[in-house]
Design a protein around this ligand. Structure first.
Ligand SMILES: [Zn+2]
Ligand SMILES: [Zn+2]
Length: 113
């Protein structure tokens, strides 16, 4: 396993907006049905909400994604986890997008902090 890590940092507004959008789409798609379901992949939010057991493939897909989901630049090592409501959204990002607070293309993120 090449570093199945999840990094916790203070995330920027751009990435939090992306996570919120992914969470919304995942909720629309449903969940794996297990009590531990609470993870969403920003790569395939249409896969729904899954638990760690069901999410192995989704996590692998994320880890194998070369580029940042936001800008396509080479991503940082490991995954980024962004809390969005009741779920945690897993993303691949580069260092710039991780903390970017510049206006996101996704509207509806009024919290500037
Ligand atoms: Zn499950
Ligand atoms: Zn980026």
């Amino acid at each position: 396993m090449a570093g199945e890590r999840i990094t916790a940092v203070r995330l920027g507004a751009v990435i939090r907006a992306r996570a919120a959008a992914a969470a919304t789409e995942a909720h629309t798609s449903g969940s794996c049905g297990h009590p531990a379901a609470g993870l969403v992949s920003a790569l395939y939010p249409a896969a729904g909400v899954w638990c760690p057991d069901c999410g192995h493939d989704a996590v692998s897909d994320l880890l194998l994604t070369y580029g940042c989901l936001m800008c396509g630049h080479p991503a940082r090592a490991g995954l980024t986890q962004a809390r969005a409501g009741e779920v945690d959204v897993l993303l691949r990002t580069c260092g710039c997008c991780l903390t970017a607070d510049s206006p996101a293309p996704v509207p509806g993120s009024p919290d500037p902090t």
